[in-house]
Design a binder for this molecule. Structure first.
Ligand code: AMP
Ligand code: MG
Length: 324
C-alpha cells in the first residue's frame, strides 16, 4: 500500500531528468541540500557524503529512529578508489558487476573526506556505482560522493517513482529528478568484502550465485536482524571504549564532558546552539576524539528525544549499555 501524502507537507519541485535539471540538482548538492534521484534499483535521497549536516538531513528526512551506515554512490572507479580500499577481489567484483545493483563494503581510506555520520564511525564504507545513466551523470556533475539511502520514510517501502518520493519525503528534498519508474525495483545486493571472508549482508539485484561464481567460492550469509560479526572482528557498529554516561549536567572528576547547547565547561560540544543536525554531524567524530585514556569516562549532556535527537540518544544508549 502506498502512503497518502502527509498533511501539511509541501510538495517538492519535480523536474524531468535532463542536462538542465541535473545541473540544478548538482548545485543543490554543493549547497548542502538534498536531491532525490532515480537509480536502476529504487529512488535514492542523496546528499553530499563529505558534508556531515547534509548527511544528518538525510536521516532527518527519512525519520529514522537510529543511525545506520549509508551507501555512498560514485560515478566511476576513480571516485570509488579515492574513498575506499579495493583489494584484488573487490576490484574484480567491481569490474564485473559495476555499474550495477551491487554495493561493496570495503575498508575506508583514511582522510577520504567522508563524514563520520555517513559510515557511523565504522572503518568500512559501503560503495556503489549505479547503472542508471542519468544517476551517473548527476554523480559526475555533483563532483562529490553522494550518501543515498532509499527515498522513503523509515519503515515504508522503497519508492520506484518520483511521485512516490514526493509523497514520502515532501519538501525535505530540494528537488526530485524524475527519470520514470525504476527498472530493477529491488535494492542493491550488499556484499561485505572488508574482512577475510566475503559476507552477504543483504540480498538484492545481483543474485548470490553470480557473486559466488565470480569469486569462485561460497559466500556466508549474514542472518537478518542480527548484528553482523565478521570472523574475528568486533561488532559492526562503532562504540567508544570508555564508559559513557548520559543526561549528565556536569562532568565528574576524570570525565570528559560532551556538551549540547551552551556549556562553557564542555570538553567538546555537539552543538553550542543546540542544533540537532549539527549535533548528529559531530556525534561520531566527537566520540572518537574523546575516547582516549586520559579520561575515565565520557559524560554526555541531555539531548532532547525528538527528531534527530532520537537517533542520537539511541546510539548513546547503546554505547552506554554495559558490555560483556
Ligand atoms: P539503504 O540505506 O536502504 O540503502 O541500505 C543500506 C544497507 O547497507 C544497509 O543494509 C546497511 O546496513 C548496509 N551498510 C552500509 N554501510 C555499511 C558498512 N560500512 N558495513 C556494513 N553494512 C553497511
Ligand atoms: Mg531502504
Amino acid at each position: 500500500m502506498r502512503a497518502a501524502p502527509r498533511d501539511n507537507v509541501a510538495m517538492p519541485q519535480i523536474l524531468p531528468l535532463d542536462d538542465r535539471s541535473i545541473a540544478i540538482a548538482a548545485e543543490h548538492i554543493r549547497a548542502g541540500r538534498l536531491v532525490a534521484f532515480p537509480t536502476e534499483t529504487v529512488y535514492g535521497v542523496g546528499g553530499d557524503a563529505t558534508n556531515g549536516e547534509a548527511v544528518a538531513a538525510i536521516f532527518e528526512a527519512k525519520g529514522r529512529p537510529r543511525f545506520n551506515p549509508l551507501i555512498v554512490h560514485v560515478p566511476d572507479m576513480i571516485a570509488a578508489r579515492r574513498i575506499g580500499d579495493f583489494d584484488k577481489r573487490a576490484e574484480e567484483l567491481a569490474s564485473r558487476f559495476w555499474p550495477g545493483p551491487l554495493t561493496l563494503v570495503v575498508r575506508r581510506r583514511a582522510d577520504n573526506g567522508i563524514s563520520e555520520l555517513a559510515c557511523t564511525g565504522l572503518d568500512t564504507l559501503a560503495i556503489r556505482m549505479p547503472a542508471h545513466r542519468g544517476a551517473r551523470t548527476f554523480l559526475a556533475e555533483a563532483n562529490r560522493p553522494l550518501a543515498a539511502p532509499s527515498a522513503n520514510r523509515s519503515g515504508k517501502v522503497s519508492p520506484t517513482t518520483a511521485q512516490h518520493v514526493a509523497e514520502e519525503l515532501g519538501d525535505a528534498v530540494a528537488l526530485i529528478l524524475d527519470g520514470g519508474p525504476c527498472e530493477v525495483g529491488l535494492e542493491s545486493t550488499v556484499l561485505d568484502m572488508s574482512g577475510e571472508e566475503p559476507v552477504l549482508l543483504r540480498p538484492g539485484g545481483v543474485p548470490l550465485e553470480e557473486l559466488e561464481e565470480a569469486l569462485g567460492r561460497k559466500i556466508a550469509v549474514a542472518k537478518a536482524g542480527v548484528t553482523v560479526v565478521s570472523p574475528g572482528m568486533l561488532e559492526s557498529h562503532y562504540a567508544p571504549g570508555l564508559p559513557l554516561r548520559m543526561n549528565a549536567k556536569k562532568a565528574e572528576a576524570g570525565e570528559a564532558l560532551l556538551g549540547f547547547g551552551p556549556a562553557p565547561d564542555a570538553t567538546l560540544n555537539l552543538s553550542e546552539t543546540g542544533n540537532l543536525r549539527e549535533a548528529a554531524a559531530n556525534l561520531f567524530a566527537h566520540l572518537r576524539s574523546l575516547d582516549r585514556p586520559d579520561f575515565a569516562a565520557i559524560a554526555v549532556m541531555p539531548i532532547p528525544e525528538q527528531g534527530l535527537g532520537r537517533a542520537i540518544n539511541d546510539r548513546l544508549r547503546r554505547a552506554a549499555a554495559p558490555r560483556g
